[in-house]
Every structure is written in structure tokens, then in C-alpha cells.
Design a protein. Structure first.
Lengths: 111, 111
């Protein structure tokens, strides 16, 4: 069983929809991450929440917005996405500079 | 800032050895290594925190040359289960804990 839980596992949405991806961890980790991964490419860092402080990859468009309601939850709000945003979205957590624990991912398709 | 890996792909027969290299244009604080199988999330292999450090478990080991800003992953007596894509991950500071994945190396081990 993975200790980082992502929901939903699959999501199909239109370009005018608003949806959210959710991520939860119960390991007490103080850093949580969102990565985007296209086929045959490395995971690309989008956002990091570390000790309640947000770090953003400046290349990420504003149609993606993260939210960290508490230290164990990390959401990714999606609005007005484009077909090229279709990808696997991976959530991960870590404590300090230690291993990242990944969730199974949310596969997003934008029509 | 993305680390560059070489080779891009390698095919081995079971029992053969391989070396995967990871280079950074900027001084690294730490290096992670992950393996990702098709359709799955990346799985942590090891982390190297100091220049010149070497680590290993079973038949997979790694080194980190801080001066050359380079890390290498050594796979000895490869097994079929080693097949997958290997990513190094680099951190360049101790602040936001951003982990940026390298370009990736696809490894196929055949019987």
C-alpha cells in the first residue's frame, strides 16, 4: 500500500471545466510536491510546499493553482486547461532531504 | 538546471553490468536516484549527500563526485527486474528542497 494517496486516479475534463486533484500523506512529512510527467519524459517539478512555504516553478501556467489546507493535504486546482496539459500528475512527500515517497499518480486527459 | 544523464538508453543481457551517469552544470548539494517502471510511480533507490560519497545496497551502488558535479549509478550482475527508466534527481540548495529530475536513462535487461 502506498503511503501517499492521490485521487482521482483518472480524470477526463473539458477545457472549460474546473476540477481538483487531491493528495494526502500521513507520514508527518513537512514537504509535499506536485510533478507533471508526460510520456517518456522525466517528472517535471511544478510546486513544492515546504514548512508551509510555497515554491513555484515559474514556467507553470496560472491555470494550475496549488492549495495546502494542512501539512498532510495538498490539492491541485485545475481551470481552463489545454489539451497539452494531459499528463500523469504525481504527488510526493518527504522529510528533509530524504527520499521522496510518490503516490500512484492521477492521469489527466483534457479534451 | 536539469541534470543530464548518459547514456539515454542501454540494453543488457541478464548478468551484465551497466553505469549510468548524471551531470550538473551547477554545484549539487545532493543527488537522488530513482527507478520508474512503465505505468508506475518512481521508486527511491538511494541518496548521496556528500562529495565523494559512495553508497550501495545489493548489486546497485552509486558515487557522487562533488568537484565534477557528477554522480554515477552502478548496476552489477543485472537482473530482469532492473528494467525501467532511471532518473537522477538533483538539489542545489538546502532551502526549498526542490528536487529536479535528470533527463532519464532507459534500461532494458533481456534474458
Amino acid at each position: 500500500d502506498t503511503e501517499v494517496t492521490q485521487t482521482p486516479k483518472h480524470l477526463v475534463m473539458g477545457m472549460t471545466n474546473k476540477k481538483s486533484l487531491k493528495c494526502e500523506q500521513h507520514m508527518g512529512h513537512r514537504a509535499m510536491y506536485w510533478y507533471k510527467q508526460k510520456a517518456k519524459k522525466p517528472p517535471e517539478l511544478m510546486f513544492v510546499y515546504s514548512y508551509e512555504k510555497l515554491s513555484i516553478n515559474e514556467s507553470v501556467p496560472s491555470r494550475f493553482s496549488p492549495e495546502c489546507p494542512n501539512s498532510s493535504l495538498l490539492n491541485l486546482h485545475l481551470h481552463a486547461l489545454q489539451p497539452e496539459d494531459s499528463a500523469l500528475y504525481l504527488c510526493a512527500s518527504s522529510q528533509g532531504d530524504t527520499e521522496l515517497f510518490f503516490g500512484e499518480g492521477s492521469r489527466l486527459t483534457v479534451l | 538546471q536539469q541534470p543530464v544523464q548518459s547514456p539515454q538508453a542501454v540494453i543488457l543481457r541478464e548478468g551484465e553490468d551497466a553505469v549510468i551517469n548524471c551531470s550538473s552544470s551547477k554545484a549539487l548539494y545532493s543527488v537522488h536516484w530513482y527507478r520508474q517502471k512503465h505505468g508506475e510511480a518512481p521508486v527511491f533507490l538511494m541518496i548521496l549527500l556528500k562529495g565523494g560519497e559512495q553508497k550501495g545496497h545489493e548489486k546497485i551502488s552509486a558515487s557522487f563526485n562533488e568537484k565534477k558535479q557528477q554522480s554515477s549509478l552502478y548496476l552489477t550482475a543485472s537482473q530482469l527486474s532492473y528494467s525501467g527508466t532511471y532518473f537522477c534527481g538533483g538539489r542545489w540548495d538546502t532551502g526549498f528542497q526542490k528536487l529536479v529530475f535528470g533527463t532519464g536513462t532507459r534500461l532494458l535487461v533481456s534474458p
